[in-house]
Design a protein around this ligand. Structure first.
Ligand code: EPU
Length: 421
C-alpha cells in the first residue's frame, strides 16, 4: 500500500534547517565521472532517489561505486560498456546526461529516447544538434538513439535557449574533444557552474565568459575530490514554507547569492530576510503582499520555485500574477491547490492569477511532480486542518529527509499508510 504524508496545518514554522547538496548538481556531476578512469570522491551528495538512479546508471556502465559515509561516494575504475539500461532512462530524464560523456570517452552510446513528463514536452533537440556539431553521428530508431563518432572535435555551438541539460551535456563532451568548443548562449545556473568546477578539478580547461563558455579539449581527465553545491531550490522551498506559515526560520549551509531573485521577492512581499555568509534568516512581520513573478533562466526567478511560490501567494493580500516561461505545462499544482480552497484562474497557456485569501482548508491531494509536491506540502502546513498528500515518490526524488527536516521546524507531519478514506 502506497504511503501518504499527513500534515496538520496552521502552525508557524520556527527554527533552523540545514540544506543538502543540490540534486540538479549531483546528477551531472555523477555522469561526469564516466569521463575519467581515475578516482573521483564526491562529498555533500544528497540522499535522494534520483541520485541512487544516477549512481546505478554509472555502475551499470562499469564504474565502481563505494559509499564512504552518509553523503560521500568514491567512484572509480573505467567505463566498460556503452549500453544504457532503458528502464533507468525512463525512470529519470537526467540519466540522458550520460550520452555526452559516453560519446567522448567510448566514442559510442545507445540510449532510450527520454519521453515528455508532467511539466512539459521537454525535447532533447539541443543535446543532439550540439553533439552532432562536435562530430557525432546521431540516429534515432524505435525510441532509441544510437550515436557514434570517430572522436569528438571542438566546434561552435549556439543554443536557441540556455538549456541547463544541453549545456551540461555539451560541456562534458567538449572537455575531452579535440580542439576548442564554444557554447554561445549557455545556461549559467549554479548547478552548471558546479559541474564546471568539478570538470576543472578533473583537468578540463574551461573559461566562462558573459555570453559564452569556452572549452579547450584535453586528451585525458584525472581524478579529484569535489563537494556538491548546496541546493538553492530546497533552501527556497523552506523559506517559502516559513513565509506561508507566518514563521521565523533560518536556512543554513546555503549560498545566499544563488537565491537573490527569491530573497528580493520575499522582501517585496513584506518579509524580513537577512543574509550572511552561508545562511538566510526569514521573519514574518504580520503581512503578506501580492507579487508579480515571471520565471526565467538564472539569475532569473527559478521555474523550480514557481509552484512553491504559488502556495505562498494564495495567502497574500490582493491579486498576484505568475508567468511560467520555461516549461510549456508546469501548472499541475493549480487544480490541487484549488481543492484546498485557493482561488486561482489560468489566463492562457502560461500565466495565472492568484487571489490571496486568509485561509486554506486541509484536503486530500496528489503530488504530480517534485515541485508541485513541495507546493502541496507548503499549502498543507499553512492550511487549517489535515492535508493528505498522495504520490510521494515525486517528493522523494527531490527532497532529502523532508519530514525530519520539517519536524525540526515544529511542523506536524508524518508519513503513513493510508487508513482508507
Ligand atoms: N529544451 C528544448 N530542447 C532541448 C532542451 C531543452 O527545447 O534539447 C527546452 C525545454 O523544453 C524547456 C527549456 O528548454 O522548455 C529549458 O529546459 P532545460 O534543458 O534547461 O531543463 P532540463 O535541463 O531538462 C533542468 C533541471 C530541472 C529545471 C530546469 C530549468 C536537472 C536534472 N533538471 O532540467 O529541474 O526545472 O533545468 O531550470 O537539472 C526539478 O528539479 O524539479 C527540475 C525539473
Amino acid at each position: 500500500m502506497k504511503e501518504i504524508l499527513k500534515i496538520k496545518g496552521g502552525k508557524p514554522l520556527r527554527g533552523t534547517v540545514n540544506v543538502s547538496g543540490a540534486k540538479n548538481a549531483a546528477l551531472p556531476t555523477i555522469a561526469a565521472t564516466l569521463l575519467t578512469d581515475e578516482e573521483v570522491v564526491l562529498n555533500n551528495v544528497p540522499p535522494l532517489k534520483d541520485v541512487s538512479t544516477m549512481l546505478e546508471m554509472t555502475s551499470r556502465l562499469g564504474k565502481r561505486i563505494e559509499k564512504i559515509s552518509d553523503h560521500s561516494y568514491r567512484v572509480s575504475e573505467a567505463t566498460k560498456t556503452t549500453k544504457t539500461p532503458p528502464e533507468l532512462v525512463r525512470k529519470m530524464r537526467a540519466s540522458f546526461l550520460v550520452l555526452g560523456p559516453l560519446l567522448g570517452k567510448m566514442k559510442e552510446a545507445k540510449i532510450a529516447f527520454p519521453g515528455g513528463c508532467s511539466i512539459g514536452s521537454r525535447p532533447i533537440d539541443f543535446h543532439l544538434k550540439g553533439l552532432s556539431r562536435l562530430g557525432a553521428n546521431v540516429e534515432r530508431e524505435d525510441g532509441m538513439i544510437t550515436a557514434s563518432t570517430k572522436g569528438l572535435k571542438g566546434g561552435e555551438i549556439y543554443l536557441d535557449y540556455p538549456s541547463v541539460g544541453a549545456t551540461e551535456q555539451l560541456l562534458m563532451g567538449a572537455a575531452i574533444a579535440d580542439g576548442r568548443t564554444t557554447v554561445h548562449n549557455p545556461a549559467r545556473e549554479p548547478e552548471v557552474m558546479d559541474l564546471i568546477d568539478l570538470l576543472t578539478k578533473l583537468g578540463a580547461k574551461i573559461e566562462v565568459e558573459l555570453s559564452k563558455i569556452k572549452v579547450e579539449g584535453v586528451e585525458k581527465l584525472h581524478g579529484a575530490t569535489h563537494s556538491i553545491v548546496p541546493d538553492r531550490i530546497e533552501a527556497g522551498t523552506y523559506l517559502l514554507a516559513g513565509a506561508a506559515t507566518g514563521g521565523n526560520l533560518k536556512v543554513k549551509k546555503i549560498n545566499p547569492d544563488h537565491l537573490k531573485s527569491l530573497i528580493i521577492k520575499l522582501r517585496e512581499a513584506g518579509l524580513k530576510v537577512e543574509e550572511s555568509e552561508e545562511e538566510i534568516a526569514l521573519e514574518y512581520r504580520g503581512r503578506l503582499e501580492s507579487l508579480d513573478v515571471k520565471t526565467f533562466p538564472y539569475p532569473g526567478f527559478p521555474t523550480d520555485l514557481q509552484a512553491p511560490l504559488t502556495s505562498l501567494l494564495v495567502k497574500a493580500e490582493g491579486k498576484s500574477m505568475i508567468r511560467e516561461t520555461i516549461f510549456d505545462s508546469r501548472l499541475d499544482h493549480i487544480p490541487e491547490l484549488k481543492k484546498m480552497g485557493a482561488e486561482i484562474s489560468v489566463e492562457g497557456s502560461d500565466t495565472f492569477l492568484v487571489k490571496g485569501r486568509d485561509e486554506l482548508n486541509g484536503s486530500s491531494v496528489e503530488a504530480t511532480d517534485i515541485r508541485a509536491g513541495a507546493a502541496l506540502v507548503i499549502a498543507g502546513m499553512s492550511a487549517e486542518g489535515e492535508t493528505k498528500i498522495h504520490n510521494l515518490h515525486h517528493l522523494d526524488r527531490g527532497y532529502s529527509e523532508l519530514e525530519r527536516k520539517l519536524r525540526g521546524l515544529d511542523a506536524q507531519i508524518e508519513r503513513k499508510k493510508p487508513d482508507y478514506e
